[in-house]
Design a protein around this ligand. Sequence first.
Ligand SMILES: C[S@@+](CC[C@H](N)C(=O)[O-])C[C@H]1O[C@@H](n2cnc3c(N)ncnc32)[C@H](O)[C@@H]1O
Length: 394
Amino acid sequence: MTDHLSEFLNRLSQSLDANTLSKLVLSKYQGGEKELVRLTVRPVTLRAEDYLSFVYQYQTREITKNHPVAEGIALIGQKLGTDFQNANLLARDGETQLQFSKKGKPSLQHHGQVRAAAADKAHNHEKHRLLDLDRPFLTDLGVTDAEQRLIPAMSRKWKQINKFLEIFSHAFEQAQLPADRPVRVLDFGSGKGYLTFAVHDWLTRAQGRAAHVTGVELRDPLVKLCMQAVERSQLQGLDFFTGDVRSFDTPQLDIMIALHACDIATDYAIHTGIRLGASVILCAPCCHKEIRPQMHSPAVMQPLLKHGIHLGQEAEMVTDGLRALLLEASGYDTQVFEFVSLEHTSKNKMILAIKRRTVKDSAAVREQIGALKAFYGIREQCLETLLAADQPTA
Ligand SMILES: C[S@@+](CC[C@H](N)C(=O)[O-])C[C@H]1O[C@@H](n2cnc3c(N)ncnc32)[C@H](O)[C@@H]1O
């Protein structure tokens, strides 16, 4: 092994030990594989073990292979100066380049100051991707193909999953859950489990936390599909139940998620979160059927509301506004905001509630709820009814 090559591999090992490696790119391919352009290597953690993820980039596709770190470094050593004539190692303290001349003579350059910022930027960029496409469950759920490439028809879902994880990670930080016990998460109306798997992956791999994540879903075939994916990947602390949000019970809960659970299933989910004192409640409601037939808007608004779409939008705003106020009255700081732009899904509203650490008088909020109901002539709202039933009778 040449001195420059061994020095380069030493730098690679050191940056892995110090956890500063952003990526390693091997280029100028001269081997025998048709259409292979470059190889990008990144550190990843799989089932709590460190690996190197090798992404072979061909002209029209990518293939990912994961290797234990020592095996990966040895493989890189074999490929340099033979298959690949150039390598750029991007770490937080700079960029190191190894080049081989036409005669096979290696030269090594290190750009400490100048390129460190770029490396940092690259590193931060990597950090922003909270879920990696190479996760095997994504193939089981139909997000990626057998070679772990994103299936084009799933690109909207992929964006939604990543955006959801961003919101989830911020909420998780704010909640400051104790680190000495598993985080307990319920995903109501989990469907095909995209978000349930993503949350479990982020908590256990990115955060290194023990977690019990449970998806609850009416449709048994979806639950079976999710459980098969859990078993194939041998994931601990992730399970799915065939059940109804309206009757599912559990003793303890830290984070309640309900994305696109239909109509009042969202109210039952929020109610379970409040009743069990969840620190975080995250929901994206859909199908606002309960309030619409009850609403009486003032006569002056009739010219606007004679259009069904406006009536639907108003019913949605009132329903979700009341849910947010009921959460506030139940001890949560609540926000309502756009979840994913309309470009990706039409169901694009998120209610995020974080449990307050201090008690706040809720009389004013309850008055606002009463006034709004009176204004719109609303007799019943499911979440309010469920919460009222929890109150001890006088
Ligand atoms: C539109 S899907 C959303 C799935 C998933 N949360 C997501 O965002 O990818 C809504 C899911 O909620 C389930 N669902 C609706 N009402 C439910 C209920 N009462 N209990 C359990 N699941 C329910 C449906 O079967 C469906 O799979």
